[in-house]
Design a binder for this molecule. Structure first.
Ligand SMILES: [Zn+2]
Ligand SMILES: [Zn+2]
Length: 385
């Protein structure tokens, strides 16, 4: 279901979502993207929530920094290939490659019937091996597969998205061509992308500068293989922009910056280090950089969905700010979702008796691309025979 704003979007008509009902045992979140849990704050808080551990901690870490923040507490965690039992349902999660960290597909088994839910996934990110593993060892005897199709309509059937490695190569060449600071506008929660940018920075002898929000999100992954202000990491620095300093004080959490000791970079150092720096950046940070005289020779790289650059969207203001300041602006991005050819490989490997399109604006294309497709409307119950 595609929802509008939080206030005006009603809960789906499912028994137990707003009232108490024994028929609703839990809500399982495949990953932390808001399109997957946006309405959870409206449901009866007694319903158990199940999600990945890193998903829970990233949402918690982000809550101190993002507007309309929510904290979701998990009753149980999803773990790669570790079955969990919820009433009569056995759920076997499969960690997948996606732009959201700690994302799962899952097999749901009950009464001898088997459903496979793809979650959101792709095969061209930094965890593509997980997609290959899913194809070579797919869930068996699936009666019903719910498969996402976000990319359909964005790519023609034979086109493919660039990989994160392709992006890394592009960033390396652009950073080499940039005289001053390279400013990359990307979501700190797109961990794959932060890793791509970090690697490109390191390869070009630059330091990646992050703010407290990104630092906390990276720490919350719980993986020491992800760059973060911690012992052993080089080419990484933390800058606390003026506005964030005020925000941290107002929230009473200014002490968290103590953890960044040894990694801090200060406003008066920005201009001098600009030619050797890459910054994970958002539009409102421009005034800090301006005040620090750190914008000489700067370039901005937009590394998120192009839709945010449309009139009235958040990216449009940044784009026009760059135009006004004469700062070059370029998009370097790839999708968080599988293209049609990878979806075809997945559908063929699972070979479900029925395949139902979800999470797509192009469900009418499913029957031409995949076998055994049934089109089901939102709110319609499906019987598994
Ligand atoms: Zn997602
Ligand atoms: Zn999604």
């Amino acid at each position: 279901m595609n929802a509008g704003d939080f206030a005006s979007t009603p809960l789906p008509n499912i028994d137990g979502l707003s009232t108490v009902s024994a028929s609703l045992l839990a809500i399982v979140l495949s990953h932390g993207h808001r399109d997957h849990w946006g309405l959870v704050p409206k449901v009866n808080p007694a319903i158990p929530l199940i999600m990945g551990k890193a998903t829970e901690s990233i949402i918690r870490a982000a809550a101190d920094f993002v507007p309309d923040a929510v904290v979701l507490n998990a009753n149980q965690y999803l773990e790669h290939r570790k079955p969990i039992q919820i009433g009569p349902f056995t759920i076997v999660p499969r960690l997948v490659d996606h732009s959201g960290f700690d994302a799962y597909a899952m097999e749901i088994v009950s009464g001898g019937k088997r459903v496979f839910y793809s979650g959101d996934l792709r095969a061209h990110g930094r965890k593509r091996k997980l997609f290959d593993a899913l194809i070579s060892d797919p869930p068996r005897n699936i009666d019903l597969m719910l498969m996402e199709g976000s990319s359909l309509g964005r790519l023609s059937d034979d086109e493919t998205f660039p990989s994160e490695e392709d992006l890394e190569t592009t960033f390396v060449s652009r950073f080499e061509q940039t005289d001053g600071i390279a400013l990359v506008a990307c979501s700190a929660q797109n961990i794959d992308r932060v890793v791509t940018i970090y690697r490109a920075a390191k390869r070009t002898g630059r330091t990646l500068i992050i703010d407290a929000y990104a630092a906390e999100v990276l720490k919350a992954t719980g993986h020491d293989s992800i760059p973060q202000p911690a012992p052993g990491w080089s080419n990484l620095a933390v800058y606390i922009p003026q506005r964030q300093r005020v925000q941290l004080k107002a929230k009473g959490i200014a002490a968290l910056v103590d953890d960044y000791r040894g990694f801090r970079i200060w406003q008066e150092q920005l201009a001098g280090s600009a030619p050797r720096s890459v910054m994970l950046f958002r539009g409102w940070m421009m005034s800090d950089l301006d005040r620090a005289n750190a914008l000489v020779g700067a370039r901005v790289f937009w590394s998120q969905w192009d839709g945010y650059l449309a009139e009235g969207q958040s990216g449009a203001a940044l784009k026009s700010d760059c135009d006004r300041r004469g700062i070059a602006f370029e998009t370097i991005h790839t999708s968080g979702h599988a293209g049609p050819s990878d979806l075809k490989r997945l559908a063929a490997a699972v070979a479900a008796k029925r395949l139902i399109p979800i999470h797509t604006f192009e469900r009418l294309r499913f029957p031409t691309l995949f076998e055994n497709v049934s089109l089901i409307n939102d709110g319609e119950w499906v019987e598994i025979l």
